[in-house]
Design a protein around this ligand. Structure first.
Ligand SMILES: [Ca+2]
Ligand SMILES: [Ca+2]
Ligand SMILES: [Ca+2]
Ligand SMILES: [Ca+2]
Length: 313
């Protein structure tokens, strides 16, 4: 039985001892990352993303757990696998950077973001085998930059014949800071020393395939979507987490800000909408001021607006 706190280097040494002459690296394996859930203290608001491996967050301030799946290693028996999240995952973008989370699930309260190998997962690849869950938080990326930690190394030993299905291998976690916005790609590090599968007697010729996860961090609330244009209704879509700034159809003539009353706030917008005597084209958001519906905004409309004042509640 192995200690769960072994470092990556110790595990790699262990692997070397077990790789007999007839064990070779598999070359026809798909290693896929798929989002499982978002969790955190500040925010846990998320939906399934537009693609099968995407997750969409309503703002940051939460973590995303990503599951590793392995498939396609036939012919032969898989005996070990290791996977590490690549440093590119943590590279800063224009709107923030993801951060590694390397705490093991048995060290945090239930529900907190963490890394683990859930041997109880229904499709776990090595049922009944020896398992070593490892968070290799001490191995820096190649450039050694402070804070750019490769997180999520895990090396497992077992024996499994390919049954054609995708099998769960591990759960990684990455933190999405509250300031993060945009699309982030969580990728495995394809370096053969860090992410690999080994087999007994395999002859598979095709290259490995790595499928990343995309974390799309959109707007958190309507206020964030304010475009400063009073003509548009600004909302954070609850189906896409993208801002929608739509011109509203007038439901009450003169009520420019759609608050149900006609008052000085609305009147203040009228000068910018004056067209002179028409008929003429009226910008769509100004049509609410065409009080007499003759396709202009002119003195007649000003008079009717004043008459329609209902006052501020
Ligand atoms: Ca607006
Ligand atoms: Ca109004
Ligand atoms: Ca007119
Ligand atoms: Ca008019």
């Amino acid at each position: 039985m192995f200690n769960t706190r072994h470092t990556l280097s110790a595990l790699t040494l262990t692997l070397t001892m077990t790789t007999a002459a007839n064990v070779v690296v598999a070359q026809n394996v798909t290693m896929e990352l798929a989002p499982a859930r978002a969790t955190g203290v500040q925010n846990t608001d998320w939906i399934t993303g537009p693609g099968p491996n995407d997750i969409t967050l309503f703002g940051g301030g939460q973590a995303v757990e990503v599951q590793l799946f392995l498939a396609g290693w036939a012919p032969g028996q898989m005996t070990t696998y290791q996977a590490a999240i690549g440093c590119s995952t943590y590279a800063p973008g224009p709107n923030g950077a993801l951060e590694p989370i390397a705490t093991l699930c048995d060290t945090v309260p239930p529900g907190a973001p963490c890394q683990e190998v859930d041997t109880g997962h229904e499709t776990y690849v090595f049922a009944g085998s020896t398992v070593i869950p490892v968070c290799d938080i001490n191995t820096l990326c190649d450039d050694g930059s402070p804070g750019r930690i490769r997180c999520g190394s895990t090396l497992l030993f077992g024996s499994r014949t390919d049954d054609g299905a995708a099998h769960y291998g591990a759960t990684f976690a990455v933190n999405v800071p509250s300031t993060a916005r945009g699309t982030f790609v969580v990728s495995l590090d394809p370096h053969p020393d860090r992410t690999f599968v080994t087999m007994v007697d395999t002859t598979s010729p095709a290259p490995d395939t790595f499928v990343p996860t995309q974390i799309i961090v959109g707007c958190a609330n309507d206020a964030e979507c304010d475009d400063g244009d009073g003509c548009t209704l600004d909302t954070c879509s609850r189906t896409t987490a993208q801002c929608e700034n739509t011109i509203q159809a007038p439901d009450l003539l003169g009520d420019f800000d759609h608050d149900g009353s006609i008052d000085l706030t609305d009147a203040a917008e009228l000068p910018g909408c004056l067209t002179g005597v028409g008929p003429t084209d009226i910008p769509q958001c100004c049509r609410v001021f065409d009080m007499d519906l003759d396709r202009d905004v002119d003195l007649e409309d000003i008079g009717r607006l004043q008459a329609a004042f209902t006052g501020t509640p």
